[in-house]
Write a protein that binds this ligand. Structure first.
Ligand SMILES: Cc1cc2nc3c(=O)[nH]c(=O)nc-3n(C[C@H](O)[C@H](O)[C@H](O)COP(=O)(O)OP(=O)(O)OC[C@H]3O[C@@H](n4cnc5c(N)ncnc54)[C@H](O)[C@@H]3O)c2cc1C
Length: 308
């Protein structure tokens, strides 16, 4: 269950409250404020607060007294310029706070992003829910043989069923053990039991945890550039893709610049650039004579839409 009925009521109450403010607000983001946006089988991302908008980036870049906004086209041009030239500090003027429910193995990857403020649900203090991640059949892929960090073909038939059964029964067994060790039964009645901080230690990485995660716009984009990238593991990418949608609602000009100059752009090495210049000049280029490794050559050709 993503949200209990009580949690749903709390979200509805908060969404029902509104008051006048002189601060910048963004109607497209207000529309989804506090709403849990589903991710994976039990997870979600909720925007719970934010500060600033596209105009705040412009305002900081111009160090202006008012909103800093000129013509929309000028603001767009400035934001594109800042993004293109990695003038990043104006983007740090905007902040966003998310509430995220995510499997522990995703949290372990996510927590490596140090430029954020995090407060995680305490499993020393509270009892974890009986919720664990089971991949959807289309994501149940075998280990890739060419890339140690990757996946290859999707498992099917009996092989897929065996994996799903194993994941479920192991997690259910682990939770049953956890529940037995606790000093509280399912109805909430207390009994002698192990401390929560110890009872949890046999739960596996697929169980869900939650946290509040606050960061600024610059570091959010850094996170998204790494985690919405096709090389990121599917499960964290699923969160990043939902957060990309929140970015689009919040700061549409910055989002467009981010896609243009970061997400859909490419970093090319000096040697790679020399290869491109020779190709443009019509030279025949032998991969072995370029100084690029086989892998770099392959990546460059893919980038140029010339797969071998
Ligand atoms: C596809 C992929 C595979 C990965 N595989 C592994 C792996 O196998 N093992 C593993 O351990 N990690 C792995 N990581 C995690 C990766 O090494 C980074 O820790 C993670 O992506 C966070 O990036 P970051 O440090 O740039 O972000 P943040 O921590 O948010 O930092 C942002 C920037 O701030 C600066 N910064 C922050 N803190 C410091 C500091 N203490 N010192 C200096 N500069 C700092 C750096 O410039 C940094 O780029 C992987 C990440 C990805 C995306």
């Amino acid at each position: 269950m993503r949200l209990t009925p009580e949690q749903r009521d709390q979200v509805a109450d908060q969404r029902g409250e509104a008051g006048p403010t002189r601060r910048a607000t963004v109607s497209a983001l207000e529309e989804i404020l506090y709403e849990p946006l589903p991710v994976l089988d039990h997870g979600f991302v909720r925007v719970v607060d934010y500060m600033g908008d596209d105009a705040a980036v412009v305002q900081a870049a111009r160090v202006s007294y008012g909103r800093g906004t000129r013509k929309v086209s000028e603001d767009r041009g400035l934001i594109n310029y800042l993004m293109r030239h990695r003038h990043t500090t104006p983007f740090e003027m905007c902040e966003i706070k998310y509430h995220v429910k995510l499997p522990i193995f995703v949290a372990r990857q996510w927590i490596r992003h140090r430029t954020a403020n995090v407060n995680e649900y305490s499993a020393r203090y509270s009892i974890l829910d009986n919720e664990f991640y089971v991949p959807a059949p289309e994501h149940l892929a075998a280990q890739a043989t060419t890339n140690q960090q990757g996946r290859s073909e999707v498992l099917e038939g009996a092989a897929a069923q065996r994996v799903l059964d194993l994941l479920r029964t192991e997690a259910e067994r682990a939770y049953a053990g956890y529940a037995e060790l606790l000093n509280e039964d399912a109805s909430g009645a207390t009994r002698p039991g192990l401390a929560r901080e110890l009872a949890r230690i046999n739960l596996s990485l697929g169980f869900y945890t939650q946290w509040y995660w606050k960061t600024d716009l610059h570091n959010l984009m850094h996170f998204l550039s790494l985690r919405a990238d096709p090389h990121a593991q599917y499960e964290i990418r699923a969160y990043a893709e939902v957060m990309l949608e929140t970015l689009k609602r919040w700061v549409p000009m910055t989002y467009a610049a981010f896609l243009e100059y970061r997400m859909n752009a490419a970093l090319i090495s000096a040697t790679g650039l020399a290869v491109i210049r020779r190709l443009l000049a019509g030279d025949t280029v032998e991969p072995e004579a370029t100084g690029l490794s086989r892998r770099e050559w392959r990546e460059l050709m893919q980038l140029l839409g010339r797969p071998e």
